[in-house]
Structure formats: C-alpha cells, structure tokens
Design a protein around this ligand. Structure first.
Ligand SMILES: NCCC[C@H](NC(=O)CCC(=O)O)C(=O)O
Length: 444
C-alpha cells in the first residue's frame, strides 16, 4: 500500500488582521495595527496549497474558525444583541475584542500534534489538538479545532482523536510546530522529535528570560503518552532559550525535518550533538543533519526570512524540495545559502518561493500554514474528500473568497456588526462547500 505525507493548510478567515497579540513573535509585535488584506491573505494561501497539489502532493484545506468569537465574548460578560456585545467589548475591553477576532487558526501547524499509524501502538492515526494556552487569542481555538478535525478525519477505525491537554501553563502545547516526525519511509515506524522550551517540573533547567517558552516538556511527554509512542521512537529536545529570546517562538522558526533530513540552525537546540546522536541511534537509516552555521545565516536573518519555516516535501519522483517564502529570496544571505544548499549531497534538489506576506507579517510562514499528516491510501480514502485540494475546490474557494472577503481591514473594523454578518455568511456557505455539517456554534 502507498504511503505519503499530506499537508492540510489553514484557510485564512475573513477577519485576518494585525493586532500585535503575540508577545515573543517579533513580526506580530512589529506589524501591529497594519491594515490587513484578508482577501489577499486567503488567496495567497490557496495558491501555495494548489501549487503543491499540482506538484503531485496530497493537499487538503482546514476551515477557519468563527471570528469574532461571540461565544467567548458572552462568556466573559458582554451581553445583549450581537451588535451590542461587539460595541461594549470595543468600548470597554478592545484588547479582549481583538483576541476574539484573530484569524490565527490559519496557522494549522499549531492546530494539533499528529502521530502516524506506523508509530502508534493501536495502529491508528492520533490527533491531539494543541491547547495553545500561552496566548489568549489562540487558547480559544482547540475545541473548535477538535470538532473540525473530527469532521474531516471521522472514521474511528483509522483515526484516534484526543482531548486537548489541560488548559494550564504547565501543559503549554503548541502542536506540530514543536514536533517533527522523522522516518526512512512515511509508512515505516519513524522517530518523533518533540521540542520544548521549558520543563515546568524542573526549575533548575535553563529557560528563556525575555520571551515565553510556549511549549513545556510536560506537555510534549503527555502527547507522546496519549499517542501510544514507544521510548525508542521518541526524542525530547530542548530549544535553546537564547534563540527563543531572539524571537524563535516555535521550533518551526529554527528547524524543520522531513523523512531522514533535519534542517536546523547551529544555535537551535541545547545538547545538540548528544540529541542528534540519539536520533541517529533510534532511526533505521542514515540521517542527513543539515546544520546552517551562524557564519552563513545569523539567527536574526533566520527569524526575519523564515528560512526554517519552510516546508521540505518529498515529491513523487523521490526528490525533496523546499517551499520557502519570498522573504527568503529577498534576504541576500539566506538566498545565497539556499542557492548553495541544492548543490550539497542531500536529497534537497529544488527551492520554490511563494508570496505569503499577509501571513508572514503576523509571524506565520509556509510551514505554519500547514498541518502534516502522514497517511496510507486506506486512511486517505476515509478522509472527507470535500476538503482535498483540486482544480474544482481551488476555483470554488477563490470564488467564495472573492464573494465574501474584504480587501482591507483595520483594528477599528473588528467591532463592525456587518463584519460578523459577513463572516458568518461566509462560514455557513463554506460548511456546505466542504460538507462539514454544522461545525460552528452559530449554526446550532
Ligand atoms: N505558527 C505561527 C503562529 C503565528 C501566530 N501569530 C499570531 O497569532 C499573531 C496574531 C496577531 O498579532 O494579530 C502566533 O504567534 O501564534
């Protein structure tokens, strides 16, 4: 049976905006209050996803969440009609309204952690939605994320869905952005690398001083237990606190892996050599450890260009390609490195650049926008086919975006009751396009 790694990209929602909500994410903070273009954001994402489908990759889309999130606003005490709730929140607590309006669910690398069936004791594909407790605007995502994942991966013979971890900082979990599954072949048991920023129960261990460590060791260990992984196919690595303090708020800003390739910055981890040796020991094939030296690309350039928030994909012909943001092309040191990289003796032979600037301006690159799901044909056959990218869905979703999305949005617009109506109308139609049923609270 064939095995492959599918990508499920987050469809950018109609309220995509720059609110400076993510302390520690330098792009989010420096672009706060920019005027956004939700229509461009959604179309940039669709274009990238379609391009990978056209390269022969298995590609799906995950629906956005209902924003503004009226349920949360009511839960924190704003009452009256929908318009009154929005108006009161805008007047009395604008920061909380903004946190309830973010389209941050587009970054599906934070939707969940996924363990392929080749790795798990029950032979099922496991999902644990990330609780994203470190940031208010993200912490309201997991229950809806779980509903959407269950609507897409509905067959319990193949898929095992877990509840997100307890909503407490001790279990800070940011999902697949801090998880890399290495393997010799997608269908064979691999090694799942969990990267964390701090160990809550080990205050003696190093931790970042300036910015938060959004993933804890305790969370990563809990997910590994839930996913029925063995010790000999898991590795836990600590992110170097110094790079977290320079804006590396997820591991996928400083490292990315695919099959037997790990592409990472020299300063990415603590105890690097010891940990790479553990990975090699647990792998059933030779690894390509591609370390990018600071001398070639500094941490600041890596954080600005998102060199490591690239996707490394294995094309049908077996070659690997890097999917990079155009920001990598525009950065001289990074572009020079990537041009050199494809001449090295590694499986990576091509680089493709995509404009995802609307997402990049909020600290999300190509890899943030996708959730990887390694599957076999039987599992794929059980997936809701209406979310799988093809010419028809691409055209239908572009028409849908053209019909419902604004091409500019300011922070002040978030309180506009008309925006809520537009968003709900769009999402209601989307659930029909994707056959998701009544996935949203406002539909029940
Ligand atoms: N994987 C990339 C996630 C980027 C995301 N940015 C944000 O939420 C910025 C939202 C804003 O500031 O409007 C985050 O930091 O979790």
């Amino acid at each position: 049976m064939k095995h492959f790694e599918a990508n499920f990209d987050g469809l950018v929602g109609p309220t995509h905006n720059y609110a400076g909500l993510s302390f520690g994410n330098v792009a989010s903070q420096s672009n706060a209050a920019l005027t956004s273009n939700p229509k461009d954001a959604a179309k940039q994402g669709l274009k990238k996803a379609k391009a990978l489908a056209d390269m022969g990759m298995v590609q799906g889309m995950l629906a956005p969440q209902e924003r503004p999130d009226l349920h949360t606003l009511r839960r924190i005490g704003f009452g009256g009609t929908d318009a009154e709730v929005l108006q009161k929140a805008a007047q009395q607590a604008p920061a909380l309204l903004q946190a309830c309006c973010s389209a941050s669910s587009m970054w599906t690398a934070n939707a969940a952690t996924v363990s392929p069936s080749a790795d798990t004791r029950d032979g099922k594909l496991h999902f644990t939605p990330a609780n994203l407790v470190d940031k208010l605007h993200r912490s309201i995502e997991p229950s809806t994320t779980g509903n959407i994942l269950k609507a897409i991966f509905a067959d319990s013979r193949h898929f095992h869905h877990h509840e997100h971890l307890p909503e407490h900082p001790s279990f800070g979990d940011e999902g697949a952005a801090n998880h890399t599954r290495l393997c010799s072949d997608y269908g064979r048991a691999g090694v799942e690398v969990f990267v964390y920023g701090r160990a809550v129960t080990r205050p003696d261990m190093p931790a970042p001083k300036k910015y938060p460590a959004r993933q804890t060791l305790e969370a990563s260990q809990a997910v590994a237990r839930l996913h029925q992984l063995e010790d000999d196919n898991t590795v836990f690595m600590q992110q170097n606190p110094d790079v977290i303090d320079q804006g590396v708020f997820h591991n996928d800003v400083i490292a990315v892996g695919n099959q037997n390739v790990l592409f990472y910055h020299q300063q990415a981890f603590l105890h690097t050599q010891e940990k790479l040796a553990e990975i090699q020991r647990k792998m059933d094939t030779d690894m390509h450890f591609i370390e990018v030296p600071t001398a070639k690309v500094g941490v600041q350039d890596a954080v600005k260009s998102y060199l490591f928030n690239t996707q490394i994909i294995t094309l049908p012909n077996g070659e690997m390609a890097i999917i990079a943001p155009t920001d990598c092309e525009e950065n001289a040191a990074v572009h020079a490195y990537l041009t050199e990289l494809v001449t090295f003796n590694t499986p990576i032979k091509k680089v493709h650049y995509f404009d995802v600037k609307q997402s990049m301006q909020n600290g999300g690159g190509p890899a943030c926008l996708r959730l990887r799901v390694a599957m076999n044909e039987a599992e794929l056959a059980a997936v809701n086919p209406n979310v799988m990218m093809n010419d028809a869905l691409f055209n239908r979703l572009n028409q849908w975006v053209d019909k419902h999305y604004r091409d500019r949005l300011t922070i002040a617009d978030l309180a506009d009751p008309q925006l809520l109506v537009e968003s709900r109308t769009a999402l209601d139609e989307l659930t029909q396009i994707m056959k998701l049923g009544s996935a949203y609270r406002f539909q029940r």
